[in-house]
Design a protein around this ligand. Sequence first.
Ligand SMILES: Nc1ccn([C@H]2C[C@H](O)[C@@H](COP(=O)(O)OP(=O)(O)OP(=O)(O)O)O2)c(=O)n1
Length: 269
Amino acid sequence: MSIISGTALDPVLYFKAGTLPVAQGSSFDLSVGHIYDSAGKEINGPFVLKPGAMVQVASAEVFNLPQDVTGHVTYKTGLTREGIWALTVGIVDPGWDGPIATTLLNFSRVDHMIHTGMPFLRVTLFQHGAVLTPRRAPPLDQYLREVQGLAAAHFPSTFLDSENIASKAADTVMEKMRNVGLAWFGATAILFAAIQVMAPPLSRAFDGLFPPASVTEMTAKLAALQARIDGLEAATASTRAAAAPAAQTAVVPEDSEVPASSAAPATGQ
Ligand SMILES: Nc1ccn([C@H]2C[C@H](O)[C@@H](COP(=O)(O)OP(=O)(O)OP(=O)(O)O)O2)c(=O)n1
């Protein structure tokens, strides 16, 4: 296998008439022929590729490779340096007779103009032994319709769909905040409900510490105690009363200076 260069690198041999590229060194520059936005609409004027945005483009050049030539497609270094990256590079098979297409991404932080005729890929051709099964492209209009369909159906307008990601992130945060709020609200409601449900049994439990029967019993014991005390006091009083007349009738000598009351004996109580 050898790289095709010099006079052998004649575009007429490898591309369809009317779409011939210009050789640059040992390769050809391929230029933008069709631009499709994320709605699948073909853009005819220049397309402003915003930072983070992506767009589908197809080459103006239509290959017409013989069975013994393979193309290796790669980036345009200058474009990459400016932050514009071609997503799909790769191989153009022997026999391929259509354009090629890619997604351009703007990784820079400035707008970039994409317009038809702008070089966006580079292809190097290699000569080798003929392959047995050359690869054919779909008809041109079908190929372009497929690129257009993919632009509309598969690709967002921005890389990683940052707008959608940001909006989804915001929704997720709001959802979490709502859930946390609801959880607190729910927990508080459960707590209040629990207090209401638990209050009567708790009050009954405290009642159980002092059952009504024991209170009655204690009251009766207190009454019995009080009755005994009363009884003892009554007995003491009657003993005193019994002792008092004897003391009063005791003979006190006339010359005694001791008063009659102090002569009373101790009761021994
Ligand atoms: N940027 C490119 C690169 C290549 N091709 C064309 C030329 C190739 O001969 C053909 C097939 O290339 P791949 O095998 O890389 O693509 P697929 O994976 O789609 O092929 P397959 O049909 O085998 O899945 O696609 C293209 O349209 N756009």
